[in-house]
Design a protein around this ligand. Structure first.
Ligand SMILES: [Zn+2]
Length: 252
């Protein structure tokens, strides 16, 4: 299985061991710094390097193959971000990351929009995938702005629109994006994810747990897959959301 969106730096090595034992062989860890940046890009770059050099090694020791997505999360928006953008371009050119992410809008401020647009431009120019965060608060209205900015700045086939739920799926299903279902306490239960897949088919979906320092479940992907198996969905269809879609989209 592939968990397409986690925050490895917030979890223990024992968690990686359990995930691996339960069949998660690969995970994509996204950047998000949970504390103050004081408008200092070096703090964020230090966070990026920790993920690239330290977390990948730590997870590897527990048989979890960790792939990396780096980007300036909307809540990490800096007044001056040029250094961050240059860093991202360097990591793309040296094949160190599989995507820019997670990026997007959260409070939906003008500063967030500027940083978001710039990162979409970099991704579009370099044909890099992007993992886009849609917020918990005012999800539907912020998603409208996200969608508008995305459609103006990047080819839709490079985009994962993440944390989509039953209320927002109709807004994104026909736009050519991959759609991320975050199976997590307070967001989506395995049963909710199954309902969405049942309604819309398996082709365009990626599953993730978004495990972080907020309430999360390290085994939400195996639980969702088990639920699908229990309900006797076609094995080939299950395979798509277990790993196949993620493998071909991120080329991992
Ligand atoms: Zn996340």
């Amino acid at each position: 299985m592939i968990d397409t969106h986690i925050h490895a730096d917030t979890r223990s090595s024992e968690d990686f061991g359990i995930m691996s034992q339960e069949g998660i062989k690969t995970a994509i860890t996204c950047s998000y710094y949970p504390y103050k940046l004081n408008n200092n890009p070096d703090i964020l770059i230090n966070h990026f390097e920790r993920i690239l050099n330290f977390e990948t090694k730590r997870a590897g020791e527990y048989n979890l193959d960790l792939k990396v997505a780096l980007g300036m999360h909307p809540t990490n928006t800096l007044r001056k971000s040029d250094k961050i953008f240059e860093y991202l371009e360097k990591m793309i050119n040296t094949d160190k990351i599989v995507a820019i992410g997670e990026i997007g809008l959260d409070e939906n401020t003008e500063e967030e929009k500027i940083g978001f647009k710039k990162q979409l431009e970099i991704a579009d120019e370099t044909n890099t995938k992007v993992i886009i965060h849609t917020p918990r608060k005012n999800k539907k209205s912020v998603l409208k702005d996200i969608k508008e900015i995305v459609l103006e700045n990047i080819k839709p086939n490079l985009v994962v629109m993440d944390h989509i739920n039953k209320e927002t799926i109709e807004e994104v299903i026909d736009e050519g994006f991959k759609i991320g279902l975050t199976v997590q306490p307070q967001k989506l239960t395995p049963k909710d994810a199954v309902d969405i897949l049942d309604n819309y088919g398996f082709n365009n979906f990626l599953l993730n747990s978004d495990i972080s320092n907020k309430p999360s479940d390290i085994l939400s992907i195996p639980k969702t897959v088990k639920e699908l198996e229990k309900l006797n969905y076609n094995r080939k269809e299950i395979e798509k959301v277990k790993s196949k879609n993620a493998k071909s989209f991120f080329k991992i």
